[in-house]
Ligand binder design. Sequence first.
Ligand SMILES: [Zn+2]
Length: 71
Amino acid sequence: MSTKHVRTTGDLVRFRAALRIDCRGCGATRTLNCAEAMSAFGSAPLHHVQARSKCARCGKKQATISVLPPL
Ligand SMILES: [Zn+2]
């Protein structure tokens, strides 16, 4: 299944996809499954999630997010 149409955290849940958040500041990576992404950010567009994601390691808001296909 394509994840090209995943635009919001709600879409993540619908597609049962996961979200990977990479920090451009320090290189930290974390992965959230759809339920974790929904509880962390609520129902929001992914560009909003990207803007709000703060790195737990370096504290910078320089996230790059990518959608991981369902496992
Ligand atoms: Zn970082």
